[in-house]
Design a protein around this ligand. Structure first.
Ligand code: CA
Length: 223
């Protein structure tokens, strides 16, 4: 899952990026409001972590523009300590949650996870397709009751397919959801991940089918 982090403090943005990356998320990091606004117009994110005090364009204006485009991506604001006004303004503009600086990384991770779950429109943290079960709390998969071993990329691909809830997704959209901005994207890479996933799902009741003109679909095979 791709996350956009907008934070101008280099030390903080580095440690947040590390924390999010070790939580198996793909992180794009922007350091000013203008580039954040730009990238939000073209890229698809599962979560935006947005500092308020930013050069060029402040976080509140980035948020206002985002919601004006009817983009409903979950937004977690980072506010200055004690600034009630900022917080209220942000929530009024459509932020989903906020954290006042300084905060513990574990708290940021917990709130990010909660927003990512909500973003999927899932009440429960579990999603299921046949005997494949996905738990969005730890982002783990089990297949026929056994944990399924996956590389980070395979996990991301399978996660996107699972959360489509039976709808197909084309290769381009899938790779946009998987790869960060600074990664050189090879369209064939998606095919490789899908190929490996098919191998891992081979002897189960679940498969990834290719629908001509529509893309990939995760489905339970009828026995
Ligand atoms: Ca700042």
């Amino acid at each position: 899952m791709r996350v956009l982090l907008v934070e101008d403090n280099p030390i903080l943005s580095r440690s947040l990026t590390d924390a999010l990356t070790s939580a198996k998320l793909t992180v794009d990091c922007m350091h000013d409001g203008e580039s954040a606004d730009h990238v939000l117009r073209t890229q698809d994110y599962a979560l935006v972590i947005l500092d308020i005090g930013l050069p060029k364009l402040d976080g509140l204006e980035v948020l206002r523009r985002l919601r004006a485009r009817r983009n409903v991506v979950p937004v977690l604001m980072l506010t200055a300590h004690g600034s009630v006004e900022e917080r209220v303004r942000g929530l009024d503009l459509g932020a989903d949650d906020y954290l006042a600086k300084p905060f513990a990384l574990t708290e940021l991770e917990a709130r990010a996870r909660a927003l990512l779950r909500r973003g999927h429109g899932q009440e429960a943290s579990l999603a299921q397709c046949g005997t494949l079960i996905y738990d969005s709390v730890d982002r783990g998969f089990t297949l026929d009751g056994e944990p399924l071993a996956l590389t980070p990329r395979e996990r991301s691909v399978l996660e996107v397919l699972m959360l489509r809830n039976g709808r197909a997704i084309n290769k381009e959209t899938l790779s946009e959801k998987i790869f960060g901005l600074d990664e050189s994207v090879n369209a064939d890479a998606i095919e490789i991940y899908v190929h490996r996933l098919r191998k891992k799902l081979e002897r189960s009741s679940v498969g990834i089918v290719t629908l001509r003109g529509l893309g990939y679909l995760l489905e339970a095979r009828t026995p």
